[in-house]
Design a binder for this molecule. Structure first.
Ligand SMILES: Cc1cc2nc3c(=O)[nH]c(=O)nc-3n(C[C@H](O)[C@H](O)[C@H](O)COP(=O)(O)O)c2cc1C
Length: 181
């Protein structure tokens, strides 16, 4: 797949993973694909997640104050596509995929590589997303696979333009209308 947008090509050099974030605790649960996830603190272990507040998952995440990040394997592009291009507004995505609840109650995909259970600490506006800071309260590998290539984590640069950001990103950086001297 050819990426046309030069800003998208540039941003793809920033290494990110591709995850499925499970939200909600008892009763109402959902999950969505996210690439904007990073570890931000060592002591205590903390993680940052950027969420589009327009996602059906957002109110569930904020109300429950917990989420669980399933790390996808390199052969799980189809799962990233499924959870990232469909919405709980139209269907129950968790109905067709095996999952169980993390200790927090948030859903974990059973076929993933590993998971991190998280508790929200604070929220910060971040452009068209909201940056969620969370403490990592638990986590583990989901299978005792040997280190084959398919057990490596899926990377954002491996999924092409699955999220459609090629078209959404500006085609140049800087202040609109301002010329570089
Ligand atoms: C590869 C990929 C990465 C994505 N990364 C994010 C992300 O970091 N944050 C986010 O809010 N949405 C992200 N999305 C979009 C959501 O997964 C998508 O809007 C999803 O349909 C929301 O589901 P929901 O409405 O059921 O919550 C990504 C989608 C894809 C395909």
């Amino acid at each position: 797949m050819t990426i046309e947008n030069p800003v998208k090509r540039l941003l793809m050099t920033v290494t990110q993973g591709v995850y499925v974030v499970g939200v909600g605790d008892d009763g109402l649960q959902n999950a969505f694909t996210a690439s904007s996830v990073m570890q931000v603190s060592i002591q205590p272990p903390m993680l940052a997640l950027a969420v589009n507040p327009g996602n059906a998952s957002y109110p569930l995440l904020v109300e429950s104050g917990v989420f669980a990040v399933t790390v996808l394997r390199q052969d799980q592009c189809a799962l990233a596509d499924f959870f990232g291009n469909r919405s709980a507004r139209d269907e129950n995505k968790l109905r067709t995929v095996p999952w169980h609840a993390a200790p927090s109650g948030a859903p974990i995909l059973e076929e993933g590589l590993s998971y991190l259970d998280c508790r929200v600490v604070s929220k910060h506006p971040a452009g068209d997303h909201v940056m969620i800071l969370a403490e990592i309260t638990g986590g583990d590998f989901l299978h005792s696979h040997a280190t084959h290539s398919h057990t490596r984590p899926l990377r954002y640069d491996q999924v092409g333009d699955m999220d459609g950001s090629d078209e959404l990103l500006p085609d140049h950086l800087g202040i609109p209308g301002a010329d570089t001297p």
